[in-house]
Ligand binder design. Structure first.
Ligand code: SF4
Length: 261
């Protein structure tokens, strides 16, 4: 993903498919096939890096936001992160791990003593709405998630980025904006909002620009900053949550079956 400020960012995957089942995500709709090894995770970045190198450019940033939940494949994801730093010389602050909210792993990550950035897919600020969109919320609800987030901030001194899909009439309402403001007031964080990327298996629609702006204006009254991001890759079905493949659903597991997380 090229950005105007010369950043060259690779968005890489940590699993084939995903077990988290987020309803608006094409990967979640596909189900879980298998974990990727640290080599497979790292290889995606090094391939991007060599393509850029051939054009006289350098890979500057890596986000673990592709297919899969990195903290469901914790050890291999962390091994790959260390290789990004050691073998590709990408600074920890230029690497971001995104999780849907596996509370115990957020604490474990806080204890790693790394400068790697943390992003959390929040998407709704009430348990009822979040549970309907993200099944993981039934395992670790907002209260448990925010307790883990506060531990992370207290332990690392780093802010958290909360990801928010703006879905027309669902997550862009004034009720959700006020609930989010109350949830994040005083928390060291930033909200990255992105209008929903359409997927075949979910009939929600992206927010209009005016609704998105009204949402941001309400959040601001709580002292919570928010950026409305541009959707990328929609034209080639490579936007967030659009990644598709013909991987056959095998070894299917559910969120409830993830033991010990
Ligand atoms: S949004 Fe992320 S965690 Fe949720 S199903 Fe998609 S890939 Fe998995």
């Amino acid at each position: 993903m090229p950005y105007d400020d010369d950043r060259r960012t690779a968005c890489i995957s940590t699993q084939a498919g995903c077990a988290m089942g987020c309803v608006f995500c094409a990967t979640g709709q596909m189900g879980f096939a298998r974990h990727l090894s640290s080599d497979e995770i790292f290889e995606q970045a090094i391939r991007f890096a060599s393509l850029l190198h051939a054009e006289g450019e350098r890979l500057s940033n890596v986000v673990l936001m592709g297919m899969g939940e990195p903290f469901h494949n914790y050890d291999e994801s962390m091994k790959a992160v260390r290789r990004l730093m050691d073998d590709l010389n990408i600074g920890a602050r230029h690497i971001t791990i995104s999780t849907v909210g596996l509370a115990p792993q957020i604490r474990r990550f806080a204890d790693e003593d790394l400068q790697v950035r943390l992003a959390i897919s929040l998407h709704a600020a009430t348990d009822a709405e979040r549970g309907a969109l993200l099944p993981i919320n039934k395992k670790w609800n907002l209260d448990e998630l925010m307790t883990a987030c506060r531990y992370y901030i207290q332990k690392t001194g780093r802010r958290i980025t909360f990801e928010w899909a703006l879905i027309n009439g669902k997550t862009d309402t004034s009720e959700q904006a006020h609930a989010l403001g109350n949830l994040l007031r005083g928390v060291m964080c930033h909200v990255n909002a992105i209008p929903l990327n359409p997927t075949a298996g979910y009939d929600g629609n992206p927010s209009t620009p005016s609704n998105a702006q009204e949402f941001a204006d309400i959040l601001e009254t709580y002292g919570v900053s928010m950026t409305i991001r541009v959707r990328r890759g929609i034209d080639i079905d490579a936007g967030c949550g659009q990644l598709k493949s013909k991987v056959i659903k095998r070894n299917l597991i559910s969120v409830e079956s993830i033991a010990g997380e």
